[in-house]
Design a protein around this ligand. Structure first.
Ligand SMILES: Nc1ncnc2c1ncn2[C@@H]1O[C@H](COP(=O)(O)OP(=O)(O)OP(=O)(O)O)[C@@H](O)[C@H]1O
Length: 267
């Protein structure tokens, strides 16, 4: 029988004014029709750090993540506020394409275009009016270096992206995202389709990227959360139950539901 936990007693950290925030949500709620999938999520994400969202399947992690750059528009009703540089980007008149240039996303399965490695990167740049040959070449090199893929592909940028390994494809997708020079990178279980060696590569890449970007990652893998993140939010049945420094989450979880999850008693 499923154990019942109280949604009243949560442990949610807030940061003091000295911490610069990349994003913050106030009372974020998500409804898929009658399904109230996310309840009152109040979270703050510090700049240039990695924050992990963890929890059992169906707990609302992806729903929450996708709301942050308005990927749920047309799919779900999202209420509450999403603060980005002092602007509530959940307002209807916000330009969502502009938002997605600043808040990029990498999905669970690597999804490069069936084009060359170079074209994968320059496609969105050209669509956004960046046309100079030198500028494009420099952005290709910079983003592939940022995603730790440059050395593996620099001699054959015209090769099809689909001929790369899964791990290389995922790093190409990260490169494609950072080519637009976003501030925030959202990653939805980016390693779930990868083997352990590719996973290590992607994790090393993220640890390097946090110097420049603020990163929010959904992961099922608790070891991954503990390896890469500075703070960790635990989701349960559409509620944020606990949000603490990652070391605290794994060594001294504050409330019973998190203690049971970390101990592997459910999920
Ligand atoms: N596109 C959708 N349409 C309708 N309901 C959805 C949709 N996406 C998610 N849901 C529902 O929202 C709830 C939360 O799902 P979500 O995918 O956010 O959880 P999750 O924690 O990310 O799970 P997982 O780890 O399995 O990806 C579930 O009840 C799910 O069925």
């Amino acid at each position: 029988m499923l154990k019942q936990y109280s949604f009243e007693k949560t442990a949610v950290q807030t940061f003091d004014d000295s911490v610069s925030l990349a994003l913050k949500t106030d009372n974020l709620q998500v409804f898929y029709g009658a399904n109230h999938a996310m309840h009152d999520a109040n979270l703050e994400f510090p700049k240039n750090q990695i924050t992990a969202l963890i929890g059992a399947s169906g707990s609302g992690k992806s729903t929450y993540l996708r709301s942050l750059n308005r990927m749920n528009d047309g799919i779900a009703t999202v209420t509450g506020k999403i603060w980005y540089h002092g602007v509530d980007i959940n307002e209807p008149d916000v330009n969502i394409y502009e938002i997605r240039r600043h808040i990029g996303m990498v999905f669970q399965r690597p999804n490069p275009f069936a084009k060359s490695i170079r074209e994968n990167i320059v496609y969105a740049l050209k669509a956004n009016g960046i046309k100079g040959k030198d500028e494009l070449a420099s952005r290709v090199e910079k983003s592939l270096k940022g995603a730790a893929l440059w050395d593996e592909v620099k001699d054959n940028l015209e090769k099809s992206a689909l001929s790369l390994s899964g791990g290389q494809q995922q790093r190409l997708c990260i490169a494609r995202s950072i080519a637009m020079e976003p501030d925030v990178l959202l990653l939805d279980e980016p390693c779930s389709a990868l083997d352990s060696i590719s996973t290590v590569k992607v994790e090393e890449t993220l640890l390097e990227l946090q110097k420049k970007y603020s990163i929010i990652i959904v992961t099922h893998n608790m070891q991954q959360a503990s390896r890469v993140s500075s703070q960790c939010a635990f989701f349960h049945l559409g509620h944020v139950m606990e949000y603490t420094p990652t070391a605290t989450m794994f060594s001294n979880p504050q409330i019973p539901v998190t203690q049971d999850y970390i101990a592997g008693s459910f999920g």
